[in-house]
Design a protein around this ligand. Structure first.
Ligand code: FES
Length: 102
């Protein structure tokens, strides 16, 4: 059964500046675009790199290692050499609380 877990405060997360959060030992990358918040696995699907250290432009995150790109809304790979998607987590914002579904 899934549950909603509070993982961060919205004021920790600046628009366009990814944030690394560790939840139950797993690293997640949080992204904010305006008032919208998105969560993906932090580990790039191509090799060992942290997506939260990449450059975010709008809904696109560029991996710092080889330049693969992902759509932060879906986790879908949109630019080579990234081919496989990264896991996306449903996010809910309640007031200042950011929750993900686990
Ligand atoms: S490790 Fe991310 S594109 Fe290669």
């Amino acid at each position: 059964m899934s549950k909603w877990l509070r993982i961060a405060s919205k004021n920790q997360l600046q628009s366009g500046q990814p944030l690394l959060i560790t939840v139950d030992g797993e690293d997640l990358a949080l992204f904010r675009v305006g008032e919208e918040v998105f969560a993906l696995d932090d580990l790039c699907s191509h090799a060992e790199a942290s997506l939260s250290e990449g450059e975010q432009k709008g809904f696109c995150i560029t991996c710092p290692q080889h330049g693969g790109q992902f759509d932060i809304r879906t986790g879908k790979a949109i630019h080579f050499p990234a081919i496989s998607p990264v896991k996306r987590y449903p996010v809910r914002v309640e007031g200042d609380d950011i929750l993900i579904e686990r």
